[in-house]
Write a protein that binds this ligand. Structure first.
Ligand SMILES: [Zn+2]
Length: 465
């Protein structure tokens, strides 16, 4: 790992290959520093919104005057969001369906958006923008349409990036659409993307049909070509979207992908995000390499498209991290530790023992690096208390210590038995938020083996067990 990378920027994503991290060693541009300051305020609704925060709140002055103060309610459950985005104008509408509640208002994160109008079925709704939070007075409606514009972000991993794709993990969705970034608030999506540009293709799902975290939604624009990789026996077509010149690397990286995906379907349960899936090559800005679990069409940086383990890891997130999402950021190991373990397991079962051995050899090197210089507790107590970026939870420790925890459980009870427990847990929580403790309880209930001591050793403490 490159210690010169700031903790804020280097581990941007679901990174699998720290040896490949291409940190931008140059000074962070001033524009980036401004962006992080501005959007941090957005992540914390109570933070000082800054000098121009209050200027926006009169956007619908007439409605505001009639309504008086609008009580914030960031806890309203978002059930569905249909986004229609125009990339030429960067104008969009978000048609949002909320769960019924006693509350008559709702609040959304709108980080860097400019809100044009908020409408209900009967006309404009009163709203106010306080810093990075949109408050809407709903009355008794649960459906609203927000018209807004969204910015192109200057190369950072927090919205619509100049290099042609979006990324809003972990809590930047408010730079792309009105949202709740808390991963426990899952929702379904429709997505339409217009005007990608002459000769360019926008790759995205038309719908995400199972409740998903806000960070799962993404699109990518480029001169894409599509290659089908095959269809699993459950009927899921795997395919890859490549940029010109990237076909050979992508073919090498995805050679065993259909078999690995089929192993997930057979072992863990049906895929939750439709009948097509696969990787999209994206040209990320300097500072990261790896992939991001934008199921059904997960993104992989062009520098990582040739790496089979990256694809098998991102595919695993279709089950853990996406379909079963995090109840709290403190549970990040439920996503990354599980996907890292499963990538090695699926490689062995679907591709071959050499692939599995190579995965564990890589994890061994990374574990050594963690114990040399990056060790930390990867399953902290509490919920909603850590900042997953600023407090350093998002580091390679959560990936590899999580993987070795699961391997220790598999060594104790047998890998097949762990597979079975994971399947039972997945089928009981698909489309839901869960805690890592729920998975530990499920392993105990299903197998009779208490993984608690191994979780204490690998996840809740520092030092090599
Ligand atoms: Zn991951």
């Amino acid at each position: 790992m490159n210690s010169s990378c700031s903790s804020r920027w280097w581990p941007v994503l679901c990174i699998l290959a720290p040896w490949g991290l291409a940190c931008d060693d140059g000074a962070t541009p001033a524009a980036d520093a401004d962006v992080s300051t501005e959007t941090e305020a957005g992540a914390d609704a109570d933070a000082d919104a800054g000098a121009d925060g209050d200027d926006e709140s009169g956007a619908d002055a007439d409605a505001d005057a009639d309504a008086g103060p609008i009580p914030p309610d960031p806890s309203r459950d978002i059930r569905h969001t249909a986004l229609a985005v125009d990339l030429a104008t960067r104008e969009a509408t978000a048609s949002i369906a909320l769960a019924p509640a006693a509350s008559t208002s709702a609040s959304f994160e709108v980080g860097a958006l400019e809100i044009r109008e908020v409408r209900g079925a009967d006309g404009p709704l009163p709203y106010a923008v306080e810093g990075a939070r949109l408050d809407v007075l709903l009355g008794d409606t649960v459906d609203l349409v927000v018209s807004y514009s969204f910015p192109e972000r200057p190369g950072t991993f927090d919205g619509w990036m100049r290099s042609g794709s979006t990324l809003v993990w972990p809590y930047w969705c408010g730079n792309l659409f009105p949202c709740h970034s808390d991963p426990s608030d899952g929702l379904t999506f429709d997505l339409a993307v217009a005007d990608p540009g002459d000769g360019l293709v926008a790759v995205h799902p038309d719908a995400i049909p199972t409740d998903a975290p806000s960070y799962q939604l993404a699109w990518a624009v480029g001169d894409y070509g599509y290659t089908s990789l095959g269809t699993t026996s459950a009927g899921t077509e795997l395919g890859m979207w490549t940029l010109p010149g990237g076909e050979a690397a992508a073919a090498a990286g995805t050679e065993g992908l259909v078999d690995a995906f089929e192993w997930y379907e057979r072992t863990l349960g049906p895929y939750a995000f439709g009948d097509r899936a696969g990787p999209v090559a994206v040209d990320w800005p300097p500072g990261a390499i790896g992939g991001m679990e934008h199921h059904p069409f997960w993104h992989v940086d062009v520098l990582a498209m040739s790496l089979p383990l990256v694809h098998v890891h991102e595919a695993a997130h279709g089950w853990f991290g996406d379909a079963v999402r995090l109840a709290c950021w403190e549970d990040l190991v439920l996503s990354e530790g599980t996907a890292t373990y499963l990538a090695a397991r699926a490689s062995g079962q679907a591709i071959g023992s050499e692939a599995e051995a190579a995965a564990w050899a890589e994890y061994d090197r990374r574990l050594d690096a963690v114990f040399r210089s990056g060790d930390r507790v990867v399953l902290p107590a509490g919920c909603g208390e850590v900042d997953v970026l600023d407090d350093g939870l998002f580091s390679d420790a959560v990936y590899v210590k999580g993987a070795f925890f699961f391997r220790a459980v598999a060594d104790a009870i047998g890998a097949d038995e762990l597979d079975r427990a994971l399947r039972v847990f997945f089928s009981g929580h698909v489309g839901e938020a869960a805690r890592m403790d729920d998975l530990l309880d499920a392993i105990l209930a299903e197998t009779g083996f208490d993984p608690g001591p191994l979780a204490d050793a690998w996840l809740r403490n520092v030092g090599r067990p």
